[in-house]
Design a binder for this molecule. Structure first.
Ligand SMILES: [Zn+2]
Ligand SMILES: [Zn+2]
Length: 277
């Protein structure tokens, strides 16, 4: 059913497979580097080998993808920061390529003081450069829908569509986050709202552009624009939406990104498997 979690790489990238094995996962997400620092050491040959060996020993894992650093802002009007972001994200695509990861998930960017339209133009221009710079790679760049916190763009399906159109590459798709969508005002919590949301999604973004899903409940209310994840079924979204998600998207990799303390990854995965049954 392609269900997993965000796995920790503490102790080395290959250690992501430890949790995958324990929870019997067939997909997972990782940070390939410290997500709160600009600098990252290139991946060494030994690290690549260790990762490949761990994967070969865990053949149940079918799809692995990364989440890009939170520092990256391709929308920044500050040339220095934007160029740093372009370089940092280009590096991330290369790291994914070297590890054999399918996708990297990116928050589109924050407009700051400027308009959303200018922000989206800068994101698309940046993406064009990154795609060109990594033209030998098949790694797809998945723009994640946001909650619309602060000045972040990407909280409307139209934003994702617009950036994809402007960037014009078949290597750009979408990662759908349930918490962010709900916080942005898409009411997936009711059966009617769920179906309306996915009809709208298909009309604007297109279901063929959906490559990964983040399954998170929301601490914030519908339309609150708060990016605060909650455990499955314990937030304002509730179990029904996750049952519907599990049934509708069996073939799309789905990962949980909630606090993993107190074995909560195990609890959340168990619940999602029950809902899918
Ligand atoms: Zn994210
Ligand atoms: Zn997410």
């Amino acid at each position: 059913m392609l269900l997993g979690v965000h796995c920790s790489v503490s102790g080395g990238l290959e250690h992501a497979f430890d949790e995958a094995r324990t929870l019997n996962l067939d997909t997972f997400q990782v940070f390939t580097r410290n997500q709160r620092q600009w600098k990252a050491k290139p991946i060494s040959e030994d690290e690549k080998k260790a990762f490949a060996t761990a994967w070969a020993n865990n053949p149940k894992v079918k799809v692995i993808f990364s989440h890009a650093s939170y520092l990256i802002n391709l929308a920044s009007a500050d040339d220095g920061l934007r160029h740093k972001s372009i370089a940092g994200f280009t590096e991330e695509v290369i790291r994914c390529h070297e590890l054999g990861l399918a996708y990297t998930v990116l928050h589109p960017g924050a407009a700051g003081e400027g308009s959303e339209e200018d922000a989206m133009n800068r994101i698309a221009d940046s993406l064009k450069k990154i795609v060109a710079e990594t033209h030998g790679s098949k790694v797809k760049i998945l723009l994640e829908n946001t909650a619309g916190q602060g000045s972040h763009v990407g909280y409307k399906f139209e934003h994702i569509r617009n950036i994809m159109d402007l960037a014009g590459s078949d290597r750009i798709g979408n990662c759908f986050d349930t918490c962010h969508a709900f916080a942005a005002g898409y009411n997936i919590a009711t059966e009617d709202g769920f179906h309306k949301t996915w009809e709208e999604y298909d009309r604007i973004i297109g279901l063929d552009n959906l490559f990964a899903i983040h399954l998170n409940d929301s601490k914030g209310d519908l339309g609150s624009r708060l990016d605060r994840h909650d455990h499955i079924g314990q937030g304002k979204i509730g179990k029904l939406a996750f049952k519907l998600m599990m049934k509708k998207f069996q073939h799309i990799p789905k990962v949980i990104e909630t606090d993993e303390e107190n074995n909560m990854d195990e609890v959340n995965i168990k619940l999602l498997r029950e809902l899918a049954a």
